[in-house]
Design a protein around this ligand. Sequence first.
Ligand code: CO
Length: 134
Amino acid sequence: MIGRLNHVAIAVPDLEAASAQYANALGAKVGAPQDEPDHGVTVVFIELPNTKIELLYPLGDDSPINGFLEKNPSGGIHHVCYEVDDILAARDHLQETGARVLGSGEPKIGAHGKPVLFLHPKDFNGCLVELEQV
Ligand code: CO
């Protein structure tokens, strides 16, 4: 059911420093910061030949990234995003297998303007999973 790895998201305590490190030390193609108020994050996308890295930084006091950075002050891998062809069919199938979908269970529009859902990390070996319909 899942397709390509769309991105790996890394929560960072300093977005400017992390962006500069990927651009300069790692020589990656780093995009401009984008505010995502619906998700409480500012994101920077980094294009790799086979996937993307999404740097996540809190936007607002109730950002879901605040708690993550409190537990992981130097940052850390926050989620992985897999592509699916049909997000509602994927959701229904996952729920039949007992996996929990976060929030209302209805897809939200993600950072790429496409529908996304998140799956409970406790159901996926401690890893928060994002599904994106492509
Ligand atoms: Co993501």
